[in-house]
Design a protein around this ligand. Sequence first.
Ligand code: URA
Length: 245
Amino acid sequence: MERLDKLIAATGRFSRREVKALVRSGRVTVDGRPAARPEEKADPETACIAVDGEQILWRRATYIMMNKPAGLLSATRDGRGDGTVLGLLPPELRRQGLFPVGRLDRDTVGLLLLTNDGGLAHDLLSPKRHVDKTYFVRVAGTIVPADQAAFAGGLVLGDGLRCLPAALAPGETADTAFVTLHEGKFHQIKRMFAARGKPVLYLRRISMGPLSIDETLAEGEYRYLSEEETALLQDFRHGSSQSSK
Ligand code: URA
């Protein structure tokens, strides 16, 4: 059971304050009878909650796939949009308390998952899970088999930090590659290539765990995860696909 004001505000259509006013003016019904108080509790799985007769579509959590553009931070700044990827979302989504699952640098583009499911985010980001993240990268220089071997062997960064083995697959041109990490250190791809003397010029995340970027999304666009993607994520979370390694 959840408070009505919380349940209705979670849809993002109204703020909590607006919901309180709606309830007080008798415009919210639970199973056809006007709600008495915003604090009244209802079971969102079974109750029919409506505003002005229109049923509220309640979701346990929201999952958004975004193709992050360059120039924006993958942060929340308390739900305000300025300078962050949240600014690309309409107010009704911004009000849902969404946050990016993990960080991409300001100049990194590609797959970013936004959710208000703290448990899922925690599990995907947990260092113990070693969730695979694959990036397409273009560097200044030529990528050679020795780079592949160094990545596979657990590269030591400039500051002495050792990385877990990472897979480097050559791209179509000698300055590009696909790199799969099983961890997420700060600026990791850039620091790995810096350790090989090859500055990163372009970085795009193309997958994270069971999710791959939807290539039909232009940079700056987003969409809800499909039912199938959401199910994949939940299975993943509960360990039935890529499990802890
Ligand atoms: N590695 C980086 O260097 N930057 C990112 O944004 C992601 C991985």
